[in-house]
Write a protein that binds this ligand. Structure first.
Ligand code: 5GP
Ligand code: ZN
Length: 118
């Protein structure tokens, strides 16, 4: 199901360098950049460079890598931003709130108990 860069996919465009992003982590398979509309300071999206629609579509190795990077970023947010915790979330399909149809995991630093729901 892996496909090359998908036309009109914003995350494929960011990966190709056709759209700007605040990249916070990158390796051979994964890129992570700040969310354009953050739910909290440091809200980061962890994205595989190959296009898969969502977690349900992505191979287990890709899911593992994405979540391991999400864990690293969560820990870094706690150290660098003095966050007190983190939400690690992925939405699959529009009914579950998925808007960008390229698999991604949200890492949302949390600073205090508040009304923020995701
Ligand atoms: P979803 O609801 O699909 O899980 O979340 C998509 C996320 O991508 C949203 O939080 C939205 O703010 C973010 N987003 C959408 N377009 C862009 C973009 O062009 N650049 C960045 N950095 N984030 C984006
Ligand atoms: Zn894509």
């Amino acid at each position: 199901k892996a496909v090359g860069p998908v036309e009109d996919c914003v995350f494929c465009k960011i990966i190709k360098g056709e759209l700007p992003a605040r990249v916070v982590y990158e390796d051979e398979d994964i890129i992570a950049f700040l969310d354009i509309n953050p739910a909290a300071p440091g809200h980061t999206l962890v994205v595989p460079k190959k296009h898969y629609k969502n977690i349900l579509d992505a191979p287990d190795e890709v899911v593992s890598k994405v979540f391991l990077v999400a864990k690293k970023i969560g820990k870094a947010a706690i150290e660098a931003l003095d966050a007190k915790g983190v939400n690690v979330i992925t939405n699959a399909e529009p009914v579950a709130g998925q808007i960008v149809m390229h698999f991604h995991v949200h890492v949302i630093p949390r600073f205090k108990e508040d009304e923020l729901k995701f």
